[in-house]
Ligand binder design. Structure first.
Ligand SMILES: [Cu+2]
Length: 702
């Protein structure tokens, strides 16, 4: 096991053959942005471009030497791609129209071909870059022939458009195979966001992509003048070789046959990784060649790797061959500048740590909200979170220092069975295209205190207009305490909140309220539990607490405008003396993070930060601890609040808030979004609940 030392032990690194090293001209893949709006300015740097490598596979020392020299010269000669600069502000808010075909694709994100869910034939999905205030209109054609589909716009608050939130069974019906649906909503505030599937486990199948919202000239993010180099983007994810249907089936079996998804095979950066291979090994070119390399290499001729099991499919091109889908990500940067690095995580399971060799990171944004800047050697990021960090390119390449640096992304909080992912930060005056030393080791996975210390440092940016203080504690209308447990229900392994595991109904909650059919759509006979029994011992597994866990689709109903506190209370899992970190994400809102604590939360006794709590849309609850948040229920609709770990949500770790229930009838809910469940079966008899209207669907959604 890796002990957290500064270098990876050799047994973790898979060496790459000498012929691979002849392909070392890196792929330029910096800061990819695409813009479809005609009213906005395109970034200076376009999409990923690929440099065609040498195709020789000679392994003689002389040839290797010559090729390395060639690579070096090529790298010097090649015009390096500067990171995309921040585009000039647009004069007027615009509307972007996009049409997406969502379909199965064969893809090799980590040099191993699998079926993925792609958009317009590619993985990850298209980059969306919007201007704050701009309307996004995205027509999604479901070309998955055998399953429904929705897409959630993570971090968009969807004020007035709750049906565009993209949560199956909550905000809409899944789009049927062959059908289309148009999401139309306002990109309401600047920040770093992304989108992803929110039905079944489709996110883990690769259905995700960037959604970045730039500030208008009037808004001007408070850290805008702190960087002059432009913008870099790292969308982080984890990837499993088992498909999501196998994963879901394993989770749904009765306990005797229950199969946990396990650790991912590969961490991906911008959709690219290298299974069972750590790129850092290639940098040790003064130490000779290891011919046991197992990484797929393709040159002029198809060349099988040492392990015959691999590289049998045409598309499984290795990380260095032309057109490779698993080529390492390279960020080209100019020396002496400060860049804004946007980082977001859409992992299925993994908590991650990001560090850039030799460079500190100054955190300025979290989930689209400005935070008081602080500087750290590395950052933790949980699924559902996003950050902007500032990075200054302050090294001078020397004979010994190449001017190329590793970016390491490693797993936190779980024993590391997945190799860290690597990308390269390359200065334009770099002497070598590859870093001259191995990648930095990310912190020890079990160092929980380090993770807490990082998380506790995040506070709202002082005196920023975008960081309003929370309502006062005296204004709180309701406090909900949510006990997080893992237990068996009817022989099935489930996660539960207050001893209730969430099951989703066939009829979307939003449609049920809109058409006034709550009673037949879900269990509307009462609310989900507001807390858990006082006698529940959070230090013991559920089995040692005599409280039964049940399945339920009940919701929390919050009056419009209510100030709500939620305390997430972690506890022992099914296994005694074990508890996990869960990142909880709230739809339709940002919330203030009032504080974190150890053990059991005691109302009125805990110290909460109401001075400068950060606004976020995702927050972690640490093992055996609690996290308190506050939000104002001023967004009419039905909103999911759930653990962002995909298999945990699948096992019931979530809740639903219905806000301003009686006002839902006043919304223009598109009819086709709700034609499933009891609404479809009784559609002929249903009239829209909106007074005086018989056609609730606005023309934009037809
Ligand atoms: Cu979880």
């Amino acid at each position: 096991m890796w002990n957290g030392s500064t270098h990876f032990p050799n047994n973790l690194a898979i060496y790459i053959s000498s012929s691979t090293r002849s392909f070392l001209t890196p792929i330029k893949s910096s800061a990819t942005q695409s813009r479809t709006s005609t009213a906005t300015t395109p970034p200076k740097s376009g999409k990923a471009t690929m440099t065609r490598p040498h195709t020789s596979s000679s392994e003689s020392p002389l040839m290797v030497h010559l090729l390395l020299c060639c690579t070096f010269l090529l790298a010097l000669a090649a015009p390096a791609t500067t990171a995309a600069s921040v585009p000039a502000p647009a004069l007027t808010p615009a509307k972007q129209n996009m049409t997406w075909d969502v379909e199965y694709i064969l893809w090799s994100p980590d040099c191993q071909q699998r079926v993925m869910i792609g958009i317009n034939g590619k993985f990850p999905g298209p980059n969306i870059t919007a201007r704050a205030g701009e309307t996004l209109s995205i027509t999604v054609n479901n070309k998955l022939h055998t399953e429904g589909l929705v897409i959630h716009w993570h971090g968009m608050r969807q004020v007035g458009t709750p049906w565009a939130d993209g949560t199956a069974s909550i905000s809409q019906c899944a789009i049927s195979p062959g059908d289309s649906f148009t999401y139309e909503f306002v990109a309401d505030k600047p920040g770093t966001y992304f989108y992803h599937g929110h039905f079944g486990m489709q996110r883990a199948a690769g259905l995700y992509g960037w959604l970045v919202v730039n500030a208008t000239a009037e808004q001007d993010e408070p850290y805008r003048r702190d960087y002059d180099g432009g913008e870099l983007r790292m969308l982080l994810s984890d990837w499993y070789h088992d498909n999501v249907y196998a994963q879901a089936a394993g989770l749904e079996q009765k306990y005797d046959h229950f199969q946990w998804v396990g650790e991912p095979q590969t961490i991906l950066i911008n959709g690219r990784g290298q299974y069972d291979c750590m790129l850092g090994a290639v940098t040790r070119f003064h130490r000779g060649i290891d011919r046991r390399a197992r990484t797929c290499v393709r040159g002029k001729e198809a060349k099988l790797c040492g392990d015959e099991e691999r590289c049998l499919r045409r598309s499984e091109c290795g990380p260095y061959c032309p057109q490779s889908q698993c080529a390492p990500v390279v960020f080209d940067v100019e020396p002496g500048r400060t860049y804004r690095l946007r980082i977001a995580s859409t992992t299925s399971l993994s908590a991650l740590n990001v560090q850039v060799q030799g460079h500190d990171l100054t955190v300025v944004e979290a989930d689209g909200n400005p935070v008081e800047p602080f500087t750290v050697p590395d950052i933790d990021i949980y699924s559902g979170e996003s950050y902007s960090v500032l990075l200054t390119t302050n090294h001078t390449p020397t004979f010994y220092r190449s001017g190329s640096f590793w970016i390491s992304v490693g797993v936190r909080g779980r024993p590391p069975k997945t190799l860290p992912a690597t990308a390269i930060l390359r200065y334009t005056n770099s002497r070598f295209p590859w870093p001259g030393s191995p990648p930095p080791a990310t912190p020890a996975w079990y160092d929980l205190q380090r993770s807490k210390d990082f998380t506790h440092r995040i506070n709202a940016r002082r005196n920023a207009a975008e960081a309003p203080p929370p309502p006062r504690t005296e204004q709180v209308n309701r406090t909900i305490v949510m006990l997080n447990t893992q237990t068996l229900v009817g022989g099935h392994m489930k996660w539960a909140v207050n001893n209730v595991s969430l099951t989703l109904p066939a009829t979307p909650y939003l449609g049920a309220y809109f058409y006034g059919v709550q009673g037949s759509a879900f269990d509307a006979s009462g609310e989900a539990p507001n807390g858990f029994p006082g006698g529940y011992d959070i230090d013991l597994p559920p089995a040692n607490n005599s409280y039964e866990t049940t399945l339920s689709d009940r919701v929390y109903e919050l009056p419009h405008g209510a100030v709500v506190d939620v305390v997430l209370q972690n506890a022992d899992m099914r296994r005694d003396n074990d508890s996990e970190t869960h990142p909880w994400h709230l739809h339709g809102h940002d919330f203030w993070v009032l504080g974190y604590g150890e053990g059991r939360y005691t109302s009125g006794r805990e110290r909460l930060n109401t001075e400068d709590p950060p606004l976020r849309n995702t927050v972690v609850v640490f093992p055996h601890g609690w996290t308190a948040i506050r939000f104002v229920a001023d967004n009419v609709g039905a909103w999911a609040f759930h653990c962002h770990i995909e298999p945990h949500l699948h096992m019931g770790m979530g809740a639903v808030f219905v806000e301003g229930a009686h006002k839902i009838r006043e919304l223009d809910v598109p009819r086709e979004a709700m034609m499933c469940g009891v609404i479809r079966t009784t559609a002929a008899a249903l009239t829209p609940a909106k007074p005086g209207s018989s056609a609730p669907a606005p023309s934009a959604h037809r």
